[in-house]
Design a protein around this ligand. Structure first.
Ligand SMILES: NC(=O)c1ccc[n+]([C@@H]2O[C@H](COP(=O)([O-])OP(=O)(O)OC[C@H]3O[C@@H](n4cnc5c(N)ncnc54)[C@H](OP(=O)(O)O)[C@@H]3O)[C@@H](O)[C@H]2O)c1
Length: 262
């Protein structure tokens, strides 16, 4: 089949950051494959919004942790569209409990690490050969600043740190074929995933360490993913871009030690 339009596959695009990225990539002229696991209605809404805005999209169901389902999904997209130019590994496959390390169960710990890596691994293996043959392509992994955080997030942090390392390995292999791979690590973004854990105290703390005085919105997060996923982007390879609304520098500014040097 002859390809007429660039194609991006976004995992977990029915809600949150993935849905916003789907709309942004649609605006940029990509045909968007909107992957979801269960929420067909939400995926259909994203597809409809892209089409209403003049773009092109389709919903594609698959649990990205299941290699059979990933394979069927990728075959369907290729049969329909002729290939995949960009992949965004975004699905929030497992929400681990925010549990202190001493009481965190092994099943919860390894379940998060396993789910995070399975989603990235099966999709990566599924698209990379085709991209290497085309000698072009973009892969973006969606990670978190939690990879560097210590606290009741051991499962989440370990999973995202592993994802960062995995992404650098993929980048090294892919670069030999002209395929550009990068990762974006977000601070807190206002989505369903954060709604469940964001107490008033935590929100106030996070907002005090944001240049804007508020959490990042999914649309803001989406623009940084889209920048890295777009075929025009070639400026970095194998990097983890921190997108935290200023958290890191403001956190340091507010540290008691800063006062001793002003
Ligand atoms: N929100 C934040 O503050 C934040 C911060 C740093 C990093 N991140 C990362 O950003 C990414 C998106 O997070 P989010 O907050 O937007 O998540 P979210 O609002 O919880 O949305 C999760 C999305 O992932 C899909 N999904 C879950 N498991 C899946 C599976 N096995 N296969 C396919 N799709 C699956 C869901 O599909 P259904 O609708 O069908 O359930 C949904 O579209 C995640 O990788 C997360 O770790 C988020």
């Amino acid at each position: 089949m002859e390809k007429s339009q660039r194609v991006v596959l976004i995992s977990g695009a029915s809600r949150g950051i993935g849905a916003a990225t789907a709309r942004e990539m649609g605006r940029r002229g990509y045909h968007v494959a909107v992957n979801y696991r269960r929420n067909a209605d939400a995926a259909a809404e994203v597809v409809s919004a892209i089409k209403v805005a003049g773009g092109s999209a389709q919903a594609v169901q698959a649990d990205v942790c299941d290699p059979e389902q990933v394979s069927v999904m990728l075959d369907a997209i290729r049969a329909d569209r002729g290939g995949i130019d960009a992949l965004v590994c975004n699905a929030n496959t497992v929400n681990p409990p925010f549990e202190p390390l001493l009481t965190l169960s092994w099943d919860d710990f390894i379940g998060k690490v396993n789910g995070e890596l399975a989603g990235a691994y099966f999709l990566t293996q599924g698209v990379l050969r085709g991209m290497a043959e085309q000698r072009k392509g973009r892969i973006v992994y969606v990670s978190s600043t939690a990879a560097e955080t210590i606290g009741a997030v051991a499962a989440h942090s370990t999973a995202k740190a592993a994802l960062n390392t995995f992404s650098r390995h993929v980048a090294g292999v892919a670069a030999q074929y002209g395929v550009v791979v990068n990762t974006v690590a977000f601070g807190a973004v206002r989505t369903d995933a954060t709604a469940g854990v964001m107490t008033d105290d935590l929100r106030t703390f996070m907002e005090s360490r944001a240049v804007s005085g508020r959490l990042l919105e999914p649309d803001e997060a989406a623009r940084s993913i889209a920048m890295l996923a777009d075929e025009d982007f070639i400026a970095s390879v194998g990097q983890v871009l921190r997108v935290d609304g200023g958290f890191e520098v403001l956190d340091q500014q507010l540290h008691p030690m800063v006062g001793h040097f002003e």
